[in-house]
Design a protein around this ligand. Structure first.
Ligand SMILES: *Cc1c(COP(=O)(O)O)cnc(C)c1O
Length: 235
């Protein structure tokens, strides 16, 4: 099997899982978007996925993402959109906003001004999702804003020229039933929608838990290894 055939068959399988999960939840399969997470994999895979109809790809490391976006600049005109889904340093945020169409990992106020500046320099609006931590209180916070801090952060994003607040992103914590975590996320999203009715996106669910995320209202799932294959262990 060629790489393109392998990607095509895994992509089909994931699209099937999304469709079945949507139907099980009484939702339309088209209401759940797929962001294919291409981190650690070469630009040639991104191009192959684009040829298979993928239009949204996710990356989590700035240098790698920037290089791939530059190499595949032609595909932007053909509808390819880059999502930045990784930990963001404030000194890199402006640079990320120069190529990312969607920044999903905004989890603190310090990122907002540099992202806005990068977007304005680029002359394009950048979509922003606020990343929410679903870790139980007291657990070492990995990435994501505390749910109580989401409203203020969302207001700041919405007020920033060049940025469009589009919704929330989260990763289910390890060692917990993802359904319980996604139920908490849905409640945070409901509160956000009361203040920001346009912030309709909910990016949740990965290779291992996309069904639970779709059951709890995810509008976008981010799927890497189920399509690209296993990533190298550490890098
Ligand atoms: C890597 C990554 C994914 C994809 O994970 P898989 O388990 O490979 O599907 C999704 N979201 C984020 C934030 C990631 O870093």
């Amino acid at each position: 099997m060629s790489r393109a055939e392998e990607l095509a068959s895994r992509l089909d399988a994931v699209r099937g899982r999304i469709a079945r999960a949507a139907e099980a939840a009484g939702r339309r399969p088209d209401d759940v978007g797929l962001v294919v997470v291409t981190k650690f994999f070469p630009a040639s895979d991104v191009a192959a996925l684009h040829a298979l109809g993928v239009r949204e790809v996710g990356e989590n490391r700035h240098q790698e993402a920037e290089a791939k976006a530059a190499e595949l600049a032609d595909l932007a005109a053909a509808g390819l959109r880059w999502h930045f889904i990784g930990g963001l340093q404030s000194n890199k945020a402006a640079a990320v906003a120069r190529y990312a169409d969607v920044v999903e990992s905004v989890d603190r106020a310090k990122l907002v001004a540099p992202l806005g500046r990068g977007a304005r320099e680029r002359g394009a609006e950048v979509d922003v999702l606020v990343q929410v931590s679903l870790d139980p209180p007291g657990r070492d916070q990995r990435a994501g804003a505390d749910p109580d801090d989401v409203p203020a952060l969302a207001d700041l994003v919405a007020a920033e020229d060049g940025l469009r607040l589009r919704g929330l992103m989260a990763v289910a914590p390890l060692g917990e039933d993802p359904a319980a975590a996604f139920a908490r996320l849905a409640a945070v999203h409901e509160r956000l929608l009361a203040d920001h009715p346009g912030a309709v996106r909910l990016s949740a669910g990965m290779s291992g838990d996309l069904e639970q995320a779709v059951a709890h209202g995810a509008t976008h799932v981010r799927v890497g290894s189920a399509i690209l294959g296993p990533r190298p262990e550490v890098r």
